[in-house]
Design a protein. Structure first.
Length: 651
């Protein structure tokens, strides 16, 4: 046992004066060791380390064979639990022989510490290595103990979670997925039968019914898709996530679960797998929120990991409501969770609990059926007397808000609209695929000048025309188009100019004019580089339906990058090009010389193609690569002079 008050009574040993065959400068420090039997602490190893040049004490190391402690001065002002080598100046991690000691001392230290040394140090080098090995072993044992304690606590916590609710599959069928599959037989005697994957009952269908058609089961009223009963194997899986609560020994447990539903032949199959768990436990030290996350660990696959106390999962998921009254009681901050969440859709349940507890408007929103708003971040004042006007909208919107369970971001869009938002228009708005929070800011800005209906119809059409999956990319095109039009003083009063039929074509047509103005100074520099022989010795090249186009201006390279959606327009590409070190060439189809196709970068010194990419960094096909390499072979050689390259043109 190491008792600091008792250790403080141990005198510092005398600095040893070793005579070594090695050069004096090979050893920076020297050490003396002794084992003392203390009245209370028992046997303790004491190692005093001195600086050889002046015999000053640099470190004292104490150990009882199980624990250790270090100080750097005497009497000790501060105690340390670091590796000894880290506290000594001028000692490399690998230079354990920088501390000199007798073989007898080293052997005695090893015998005393060997039971607690780290297995990594099979043969500790010198007395400093013996101490470091013990320090490594101590921290390894402590980490192992901490890990074991955490694992034991996690196992204890996980045992508290009961089985999934017995009706969870039924609930998922009805409320989470809201549909099923109908397995239809082949036509026999002009009749065809279908088996409902939900209720397992059979019913007759028209002989014209085919796989892929939609229908409703006459027995259980469940909508579903028809599938051939003769097809073996598993259907495409349906996926979702759900939040499930439990009350165990008066403690609140919440789990977030991934759901997979599939049908093997005609049999419905569910798989549930938790990915996050919270335990709100009452402990002797007060209430504690424990958190566990099933996550990927680099190199080890997926496993459960304990998170910091107080961490909560705020993800938007479905919520299993059928036991909420049992868990939270008939009223949770004046609302009935079980009744209110029967048709909630996806919400952040943890946020909802926080808001109902801390934010008074959440109760009012919940009772109105505005569950997504109640479970979102609330920064507006809502009172029962004020009605929906406190949200900045008219009460006639209430049915639409309830039907679509509108969230805060959507609410802000509706508030920004200068015109009335109908349910049909909002339903179309929901079909637009947002994938960036910036999209909502752009939409709000646009709604200052156009109606909600025009916005929805126009951008819906543009997503189809431009073949963009997400609204985000179309918004960027339109935002840039407006910005360039303003800079070029384009008259936007005409509807056909303000809302071009094809925003991508209109954007690309305006881009070269805009770039010429924006990069006027760079274009002047570019022209001068061309006059000075940037393309000297290079000739036009056409073959197999392809051709090479030489950039003539800085704005040409900018337009190329913007049109193809890659980074060639960046400053470093331009600087390298006019310096003649790494040059940019446009690979075009001979029949469409003005239309960007593939962009090539050539390292002129190494004489190799560095990059050859098309739209969104798409790699070039073999025929384009072949054409590019043939052009490369025809380029003149260059020599370096004054950090620039010049063409070696034959006299």
């Amino acid at each position: 046992m190491l008792i600091k008050s008792e250790l403080g009574q141990i005198s510092v040993q005398k600095c040893p004066n070793y005579s070594s065959k090695k050069k004096k400068e090979d050893f920076i420090y020297c050490a003396a060791a002794q084992i003392i039997d203390l009245p209370r602490g028992g046997e303790v190893l004491v190692i005093d380390v001195f600086e050889k040049i002046n015999s000053e004490l640099r470190m004292r190391f104490f150990s009882d064979g199980k624990n250790f402690i270090i100080c750097k001065e005497w009497p000790a002002a501060t105690w340390f639990k670091s590796k000894p080598s880290e506290l000594l100046r001028q000692v490399s991690v690998y230079s354990y022989r920088s501390v000199e000691a007798t073989d007898k001392n080293v052997k005695a230290v090893h015998e005393f510490l060997k039971g607690g040394q780290h297995s990594f140090f099979c043969y500790p080098d010198g007395i400093l290595g013996e101490m470091d090995s013990f320090a490594y072993g101590f921290y390894e044992r402590r980490r192992e103990t901490t890990w074991n304690n955490k694992q034991a606590l996690m196992e204890e916590h996980f045992k508290m979670f009961p089985a999934y609710p017995a009706d969870l599959e039924e609930y998922c069928d009805n409320k989470v997925f809201g549909n099923t599959y109908f397995f239809i037989s082949k036509i026999e005697k002009e009749k065809r039968e279908a088996l409902c994957g939900h209720c397992k009952q059979k019913f007759e269908v028209d002989r014209e019914t085919k796989p892929g058609n939609m229908g409703i089961c006459p027995k259980c009223n469940m909508p579903g898709k028809y599938r051939g009963a003769w097809i073996n194997g598993e259907t495409k899986r349906d996926k979702a996530e759900i939040c499930i609560t439990h009350k165990v020994d008066d403690q609140l447990l919440i789990r977030w679960t991934k759901i997979w539903r599939s049908f093997v032949n005609t049999e419905r199959k569910y798989v549930f797998e938790d990915y996050y768990r919270n335990l709100y436990l009452k402990t002797p030290k007060g209430p504690v929120i424990y958190a566990y996350d099933y996550k990927s660990i680099m190199g080890y696959g997926y496993d459960w990991r304990r998170q910091k106390n107080g961490y909560v999962n705020y993800k938007y998921t479905f919520v299993y409501p059928n036991n909420l009254q049992e868990v939270f009681g008939e009223k949770y901050y004046n609302v009935n969770l079980q009744t209110g969440l029967q048709n909630a859709g996806k919400i952040s349940f943890a946020h909802l609990l926080d808001n109902l507890k801390n934010v008074p408007p959440a109760e009012y929103l919940f009772k109105m059926g505005l569950l997504a708003l109640a479970s979102d971040y609330i920064d507006w004042r809502v009172g029962e007397e004020a009605g929906l006007s406190a949200l900045g909208i008219h009460k006639q919107y209430l049915p639409m808000y309830q039907r679509f369970n509108i969230n805060r971001a959507e609410h802000e869009i509706i508030r920004a609209s200068k015109t009335f938002v109908s349910e049909d228009s909002f339903e179309k708005f929901r079909l637009l695929q947002f994938n960036s929070p910036l999209d909502f800011a752009d939409v709000k800005k646009l709604l200052n000048t156009i109606s909600f209906e025009r916005f929805v119809n126009y951008f819906h059409k543009q997503m189809i025309i431009t073949e963009n999956k997400y609204l985000h990319e179309v918004l960027i095109l339109y935002r840039d188009y407006l910005s360039m039009s303003e800079a070029l003083k384009v008259d936007m009063s005409r509807k056909a100019i303000r809302f071009p039929r094809n925003i991508k074509d209109a954007h690309d047509q305006l881009l070269p004019r805009f770039n010429q103005i924006k990069y006027k100074a760079d274009n002047k520099e570019f022209r001068q580089a061309v006059k000075n022989g940037l393309y000297a010795g290079m000739r036009a090249f056409n073959k197999d339906g392809y051709c090479i186009v030489f950039p003539a201006l800085r704005s040409d390279i900018i337009s190329e990058g913007q049109s193809l959606g890659h980074c060639v327009g960046n400053e470093n590409y331009y600087k390298n090009h006019i310096a003649g070190t790494k040059m940019i060439f446009f690979v075009r189809k001979a029949a469409e010389k003005t239309k960007p196709f593939y962009t090539m970068e050539i390292d002129m010194q190494a004489r190799k193609i560095s990059q050859l990419y098309g739209f969104k960094d798409k790699p070039a096909p073999p025929e384009v690569k072949k054409f590019a390499n043939e052009f490369l072979k025809r380029l003149p050689k260059r020599e370096k002079k004054d950090n620039r390259f010049r063409v070696m043109v034959p006299a």
